[in-house]
Design a binder for this molecule. Structure first.
Ligand code: UTP
Length: 293
C-alpha cells in the first residue's frame, strides 16, 4: 500500500461568508490567536507524515505563498535582538526547499474543481485533502487519524463528526454501513439532507484521504449544488468501486469560514494558551463577559 506523502490545501475560495474581512485578505490567512488558519493545517499535515504540501490558490492569495517563505530581514532582525522564541515560532513549521508547491485554480468553480487542479502534481498515489478553514484542534490530528486508518484498511477515507440531527440540513452526511474497529463503511454521501431524511448524523468535516481515481470522476463531472463542481459528488461516484470509510475525529472542530466559528476558535484556543489565558480571562471578565472556568 502506498503511503500518504502529499496533501492538497484548496485555498482558492472567495470566502464570501466572512466578508468584508476577506475582500483583500485570504480567508486562510485570518489569525486564530497568533497563527493564520493555513498554518494550523500545515502543522496538522506535517504531524501526519506529509512531506509535500500542494496549495491550490487563486488571485489575491499571494500572502499564503509569502507566509511559507523565508523572511530574511525579519529572521535576521530577530536573531540580532536575541528574540529566540519569536524566531522559533516563525521558522518551526516552514516547508523545506521544494516541499511546497503552488498551483492556481483560475476560476473558483468549486472544491472538486480545486482538488482536480492538483492532479498532475499528485500523479498516481493516494493523497490527503485538508480544508484549512475547518480548524480541527487536538492530538492526534484528524489527518493523522485518517493516515493511520489508511495504513490499516486502504481505500478512501473521510473524517466525520457526530452532530445533532436537527443540523443535518447544513452539511454533507454519511450513509453508514457496518462499523469495524472504529471505521464505518460509507455506503453513500448525501448533501444537506433534511433531518427526517438524513441517513445518519455523521457529518463530513473537511479532511479526506483519496485515491488518485478520484480525478477521473472529477474530470467529467457536471456542477452540482450551488452550481459548483463538488468533491462530495465525485467521492459518491467512487463508492462501490473502491473501499470507502469514515473515521470520527477525536479533536474539536471549528468552522472558521463562518464569523461565529472564527470567533469561537479564537476564544477557545486563547483560553488554552498558558501565556495569554490569564490576561484573556481577566479582560473578558472586566468587559462583563461571564464564562465557566
Ligand atoms: P468553502 O465553501 O468553505 O469556501 O470551501 P469559500 O467558497 O471560500 O467560502 P464561502 O462559502 O464563499 O464563504 C471549502 C474550501 O474549498 C476552497 C476554499 O478556499 C475552502 O478552503 N475552495 C472552494 C477552492 O479552493 N475553490 C473553490 O472554487 C471553492
Amino acid at each position: 500500500m502506498k503511503p500518504i506523502r502529499k496533501a492538497v490545501f484548496p485555498v482558492a475560495g472567495l470566502g464570501t461568508r466572512i466578508l468584508p474581512a476577506t475582500k483583500v485578505i485570504a480567508k486562510e490567512m485570518l489569525p486564530i490567536v497568533d497563527k493564520p488558519l493555513i498554518h494550523y493545517a500545515i502543522e496538522e499535515a506535517r504531524a501526519a507524515g506529509i512531506d509535500t504540501f500542494i496549495f491550490v490558490t487563486g488571485r489575491g492569495k499571494e500572502a499564503i505563498e509569502d507566509h511559507f517563505d523565508v523572511s530574511y530581514e525579519l529572521e535576521d532582525t530577530l536573531t540580532k535582538r536575541g528574540k529566540k522564541a519569536e524566531l522559533d515560532g516563525l521558522t518551526a513549521s516552514l516547508p523545506g526547499a521544494g516541499d511546497a508547491i503552488f498551483v492556481r485554480q483560475q476560476r473558483p468553480l468549486g472544491l472538486g474543481h480545486a482538488v482536480w487542479c492538483a492532479r498532475r502534481i499528485i500523479g498516481d498515489e493516494p493523497f490527503a485533502v485538508l480544508l484549512p478553514d475547518e480548524l480541527i484542534y487536538g492530538t492526534p490530528g484528524a489527518t493523522e487519524e485518517l493516515v493511520t486508518a489508511h495504513s490499516r484498511i486502504g481505500g478512501n477515507l473521510v473524517s466525520v463528526l457526530d452532530i445533532p440531527r436537527e443540523a443535518t440540513g447544513s452539511y454533507g452526511i454519511v450513509d453508514p454501513g457496518r462499523t469495524i474497529d472504529g471505521m464505518t463503511e460509507v455506503r453513500g454521501l448525501v448533501e444537506k439532507p433534511k433531518p427526517a431524511e438524513a441517513p445518519s448524523t455523521m457529518m463530513l468535516v473537511g479532511r479526506y484521504v483519496l485515491q488518485p481515481e478520484i480525478f477521473a470522476r472529477l474530470e467529467d463531472q457536471a456542477p452540482g449544488a450551488g452550481n459548483e463542481i463538488q468533491l462530495t459528488d465525485a467521492m459518491a461516484r467512487l463508492i462501490g468501486a473502491q473501499p470507502f470509510h469514515a473515521v470520527p475525529i477525536s479533536g474539536r472542530r471549528f468552522d472558521c469560514g463562518s464569523k461565529a466559528g472564527f470567533l469561537t476558535a479564537n476564544l477557545a484556543l486563547g483560553l488554552e494558551r498558558p501565556d495569554i489565558a490569564p490576561a484573556l480571562r481577566q479582560q473578558l471578565s472586566e468587559a462583563g463577559l461571564v464564562f465557566k472556568s
